[in-house]
Design a protein around this ligand. Sequence first.
Ligand code: NAD
Ligand code: UGA
Length: 462
Amino acid sequence: MGGQSRFSKNIICIGAGYVGGPTMAMIAAKCPQYKVTVVDINAERIDAWNSENLPIFEPGLYEVVKQARGRNLFFSTEIEKAIKEAQIVFVSVNTPTKTFGEGAGKAADLQYWEKTARDIIRASDTDKIIVEKSTLPVRTASAMERILNANDKGIHFEVVSNPEFLAEGTAVADLENPDRVLIGSQMTETGLKACKEIVEIYANWVPAQKILTSNVWSSELSKLVANAFLAQRISSINSISALCEYTEANVSEVAGAIAMDSRIGPKFLNASIGFGGSCFKKDILNLVYICESYGLHEVARYWENVVLMNDYQKRRFVKTMIRTMFNTVAGKRIALFGFAFKANTGDTRESPAIDVTRQLAEERAKVVITDPKALDNAKMDLQSCLEFVEFCEDPYEAAKGAHAIALMTEWNEYKKLDYQKIYSQMEKPAFVFDGRNILDHKLLFEIGFNVFPLGRVPLTHL
Ligand code: NAD
Ligand code: UGA
């Protein structure tokens, strides 16, 4: 097609997932002067990116994709061809927790990442900038440069770190108006030149003061630390929710009071059944593993406790349910309202609802799951305990004949249900366990429910 000459930069991204797809779509939409190609080994995913049914659900994403697709945004499985033509290669492949061998359960599994390095060497015949978009252990760029620059073609690869901070459900808004863009490079002449090239891309729409540059190790580490700090806030408020339940303090009032201290601030202080999502746990465990590998055992334990507190919160929630329901839930129908790891997504990766369901299934409860977007994923997640689980699209049906409702995900629609109607169709005494503190507890109590919020005094008729 000879399209290359029409564009001032030829950018590609290897990995068309939650990060690669939206990030590149935004770059293409904001920079019509660049050619942006997203490649993946997964042909089905690429077909979906080229269709009306994008492979991920994000508000506003389709509009951004539609604006640039076919103009300067392309999705393809022709990885080799794309690499050959590119000057800048973003790599956004998955970096899950290792499940085997040394570091299993904690370290990052870098096999997909390393494979792309080898693909890049094989396909390249000109110098390129390689951009780490995936979340990676600190010092990965060093290993990458050693692998890439061991090529015998005389090609120079400059590795730059540009971690992604978008959250699912708000990806488009986060990309359009990021708190910051971070670009880390080596402090050499070629490193700084590469850094400038990446800054230039974002400068098309991100204000200069929000584009931070740093050394490459600070950039890699900052991504892990950002996720660790965010998760730590949730574990902190969740730990306090346990104390509130013994002291008649109200966790929302406590959160509100500390939030007004401008040094603490109001965000990420909602007590919950625990954080989920594909990255918090994985990235903290990766941080723990890195600390251990440098012999920093106290630092490792400190951060590991953020994950242990999260596990504790999920167990504590189920224990409260069992204790409250007369020490047995065997044979009792329990409706779980929500299964996604947070509202406005169908993603269930590391959703606390998975653990809660498994624990209830171990207790031989009959768990009925309802969720507006996540039922297909829920079915896949719960293969090991299907005999104790039912799935139901309609929350009213899910609650029919149930002894209890446990609210898992803060979907707005659950606030608006007719709880009088739901109550009338449930077994008595009827319980509500609000794992997100979003329901009107007083109203539910007046209807007749026994209400167990998180970190607040229960409202009970018993
Ligand atoms: P994902 O699993 O949705 O997508 C990764 C894609 O890479 C898949 O489509 C896979 O087929 C493809 N892939 C794997 N190996 C490949 C190869 N050799 N060649 C071509 N394609 C290949 O993952 P994701 O959620 O987009 O995450 C990617 C990275 O970004 C991870 O490191 C993650 O920690 C990080 N991150 C994710 C989020 C998020 O919200 N999901 C946010 C910030 C950062
Ligand atoms: C998170 C970070 O917010 C992003 O900045 C980061 O880029 C991303 O991880 C990543 O690296 O993958 P995400 O997992 O999509 O984004 O969602 P969050 O909004 O951070 O929520 C994570 C979990 O914490 C959810 O289960 C949510 O319900 C829970 N949460 C959040 C609480 O329990 N309480 C809160 O106050 C906030």
